[in-house]
Ligand binder design. Structure first.
Ligand SMILES: CC(C)[C@H](C(=O)O)[C@@H](O)C(=O)O
Ligand code: SF4
Length: 468
């Protein structure tokens, strides 16, 4: 029977088929942990007097609560400090490998897994974190789980799961210069809506997806969850194999050949059908930015703030009115006229080396506009090191940006990097909900190229605007 990529990976992991309404029980190949969603799970294990079933398939890093300056000092905020210290204690007690602050492999969990070669095609990958969908870029079935599920995986290395539906997101054609993976995914979410992917595993396919680098594919899969999907996947190909080869946890020798032979089978069969299909023409895409308070409220940068009165659907109209009032924006304002206070380059969406290179390329020889602060936060310490070896830190510092240590940083208000009430940002992260980057903060989601150009002009801009 012909099957989709997601169905192949699912079936390869079923330990026990559920009968009737019962879920299937799936084996989990990789379990990632961070400080926010693991404490109660460890407590549960301790209470039940259980061990971790497979500590060797479990790895932890510190990311959400870590400051990105003065990391050699104790964490000032007591809640964050407790969170991080608890993770350290738990990992030591249960024998889990942990990359603590300052370690070369420390960073955002979804940057660290792929960087170490832990994330591989055909795997099941889970983490108590919604953006686990990032790992689907490798053709893994990867999804976020709740804290009680984290405990279940810790204890058994399995997870009961209900079946999903499949949706193909076909992105055909070729991207124009200056248009990136971030613009693809913002356009996808604007098209299908923040609930459009509910119940589905998305498979991104088509020529524009095949032409993306691994890091760009991660950007796309990362935001699948913002369309409400359970996961997002891309079939592995030579780009995937090249990326994995030689990484610390990649198979080697004969194991490598066997792995690649298997990975090559991980493609949706030609005659397989999806429960739903969406088409996007990459040629038509331009840089995309959000204007509202959910990731689906986005438009091409050349557009203007929509007028809620023109929106036919009542729910969408009300949501737009509310968003514009929170964002302090007027209908009809060209998006390019919106002035920002802060630019944030980082997060598990766009905090990888290629993102930093792209932004540095725009900033080189230019300066951040007066009154604008720009934070550049590498997704991991290894990304930071590589950037420094390439001299990117100098480009950012010369341009007047801040060069930080690794962590989630301003992606969410769980650490000192936050917007003040009423402040507006252009941010390469993935969520623009009310208060996401700090109470009262206003977020516009953008690509690294748009972030850099916006930092220079002080208003939402693309690199092409700098040439005028
Ligand atoms: C803190 C964590 C549970 C959360 C998530 O699940 O995604 C965070 O990473 C986020 O991006 O909002
Ligand atoms: S960078 Fe942002 S989205 Fe990613 S894990 Fe951290 S908080 Fe979540």
């Amino acid at each position: 029977m012909s099957r989709t990529l997601a169905e192949k990976v699912w079936e390869a992991h079923v330990v026990r088929h559920g009968s009737g309404a019962e879920p299937d029980l799936l084996y989990i190949d990789l379990h990632l942990l961070h400080e926010v969603t693991s404490p109660q799970a460890f407590d549960g294990l301790r209470l039940a007097n259980r061990k971790l079933r497979r500590p060797d398939l479990t790895i932890a890093t510190e990311d959400h609560n870590v400051p990105t300056v003065d990391i050699d000092k104790p964490i000032a905020d007591p809640v964050s400090r407790l969170q991080v210290e608890t993770l350290r204690r738990n990992c030591a007690e249960f024998g889990v490998r942990l990359h603590p602050m300052g370690d070369l492999e420390q960073g955002i969990v979804h940057v660290v897994g792929p960087q170490l070669g832990l994330t591989q095609p055909g795997m099941t990958v889970v983490c108590g974190d919604s953006h686990t969908s990032t790992h689907g870029a490798f053709g893994a079935l990867a999804f976020g789980i709740g804290t009680s599920e984290v405990e279940h995986v810790m204890a058994t290395q399995t997870l009961p799961l209900r079946p999903f539906k499949t949706m193909a997101i076909n992105v055909d054609g070729a991207l124009q210069p200056g248009v990136t993976a971030k613009d693809i995914i913002l356009a996808v979410i604007a098209k299908i809506g923040t609930g459009g992917g509910q119940g589905y595993v998305l498979e991104y396919r088509g020529r524009a997806i095949e032409n993306l680098s691994m890091e760009a594919r991660m950007t796309v899969c990362n935001m699948s969850i913002e369309a409400g999907a359970r996961a997002g996947m891309i079939a592995p190909d030579e780009t995937t194999f090249d990326y994995i080869k030689g990484r610390p946890h990649a198979p080697s020798g004969a194991d490598w050949d066997a792995a690649v032979a298997y990975w090559k089978t991980l493609r949706t069969d030609d005659d397989a059908t999806f429960d739903a299909e969406v088409h996007i023409d990459a040629d038509e895409l331009t840089p995309f930015v959000t204007w509202g308070t959910n990731p689906g409220q986005g438009l091409p940068l050349g557009a203007s703030i929509p007028d809620p009165e023109q929106i036919a659907d009542e729910n969408e109209r009300v949501a737009a009115e509310k968003a514009l009032s929170y964002m302090g924006l007027e209908p009809g304002t060209p998006l390019r006229d919106i002035r920002v206070d802060t630019v944030f380059l980082g997060s598990c969406t766009n905090g990888r080396i290629e993102d930093l290179r792209a932004a540095a390329d725009v900033l080189k020889g230019k300066h951040v506009a007066s009154g604008v602060r720009m934070l550049v936060v590498p997704g991991s310490m290894r990304v930071r090191k590589q950037a420094e070896e390439e001299g990117l830190d100098k480009v950012f510092l010369d341009a007047g940006a801040e060069w930080r240590q690794a962590g989630c940083s301003m992606c969410l208000g769980m650490n000192p990097d936050q917007l003040a009430p009423g402040e507006r940002s252009a941010s390469t992260s993935n969520r623009n909900f009310e208060g996401r980057q700090g109470k009262g903060g206003r977020t516009h989601l953008v690509s690294p190229l748009v972030a850099a150009a916006t930092a220079v002009r002080g208003t939402l801009s693309a690199p092409a605007d700098l040439e005028n």
